[in-house]
Design a binder for this molecule. Sequence first.
Ligand SMILES: Cc1cc2nc3c(=O)[nH]c(=O)nc-3n(C[C@H](O)[C@H](O)[C@H](O)COP(=O)(O)OP(=O)(O)OC[C@H]3O[C@@H](n4cnc5c(N)ncnc54)[C@H](O)[C@@H]3O)c2cc1C
Length: 389
Amino acid sequence: MADGPAQTTLPAGAKTAADPGMADSQVGHGPGAGDVWVFVEQRDGVAAEVSLELLGRARELAGRLGVKVGAVVAGAGAPVRALAPALVARGADTVYLADHDDLAQYLALPYTRLIAGLVRRHQPQIVLYGATTTGRDLGPRVASTLRTGLTADCTDLRIGDLELRGVVTTDLLYQIRPAFGGNIIATIVSPEHVPQMATVREGVMVMPEADESRTGEIVEVAVARADGAASAPGAASADGPILLGDADFAARIVRRVQEEKSVDLKGARIVVSGGVGVGSREGFALVEELAHTLGGVVGASRAAVDAGWIDHDHQVGQTGVTVRPKLYIACGISGSVQHRAGMDQSARILAVNSDPGAPIFSVAHYGIVGDLHKVIPLLIRAYRKKGTG
Ligand SMILES: Cc1cc2nc3c(=O)[nH]c(=O)nc-3n(C[C@H](O)[C@H](O)[C@H](O)COP(=O)(O)OP(=O)(O)OC[C@H]3O[C@@H](n4cnc5c(N)ncnc54)[C@H](O)[C@@H]3O)c2cc1C
């Protein structure tokens, strides 16, 4: 959950800004006064969606703090250079652009050296990463290099205050995520170390619209290969290039294999999901038929995935995909907190469940109590009739 020594889950007796009585305490500012940064993951000049989502939230956080938003992007040549202005349009005030052949593809050590070096130089107070394979690899390495903390897999980020033993620290990053199997939502803070860092799950924050009228600064980051240099991580002079040594390239990419996801849950306007109530792999044919009739895609609960009825790519929830479709139909899904975490922001939710007390009904806008094997064919018939009528 929280990596490194610097993170604190709000302890018993700690007060947040919402608690009364904070004004009587001794007040101090949180760690750092620098900007809010986002590490922008890119491939062939296309930014990861989660990085753009983070730029949107970074704008809100920076607005609260009265600082700027920085985006750090690395790669090689024209694709990454073309991406830089697009990041300004999505909310960055400053884009730190590191264009070097040795950064063409993500590798843990050179990228760690680059980000740690830039952080030492510019002192952002917050650095955010997508909770992707790359972000989960890079974030902890940067944290351990800089001796700061990192909260993994956040689902929300806010700015708030903390009172602990009579001392108030203002303007801290609240790093919010489910804990203990999703049974509680933990708010984790890092009051004594800078930068405050977090990885954030894809799809939990709203992607900002591109605003082509925004202006920002693109700062070229000088990077140099210092072959044979036994430089320590981040050991670059204050204004010279960031040096990458031989040791940073101990690993090399031999081949890149790309596999398409079997379903685009995140981009779907309609998701029809099945759970244990579907009863079998064959039972999913009914869920698929409803999804097909509506022009939607098929989702699933983890229990249905674990049962081997459907591929993990279809899983919605805390350890699956977070979706926000126009319509989410939950069929035979009880509505555990872990499932709801991935779908409760849907514009409209229809639940079909034989148990009127199922928790899914607490987030559903429309509910049908009944056996899904009877209800779904009726829905299919009704939608088809509407489509042809
Ligand atoms: C760390 C952690 C992470 C997790 N991550 C996820 C996640 O990402 N996504 C996720 O979904 N779960 C996740 N889970 C699992 C979660 O806790 C639940 O176990 C799971 O969501 C239950 O799936 P379900 O609703 O399909 O099954 P159940 O809870 O068994 O519910 C089945 C429902 O079907 C209904 N039903 C049965 N028969 C019918 C019928 N014929 N017609 C209509 N309704 C019927 C029942 O009334 C019941 O409500 C996670 C758990 C942990 C501990």
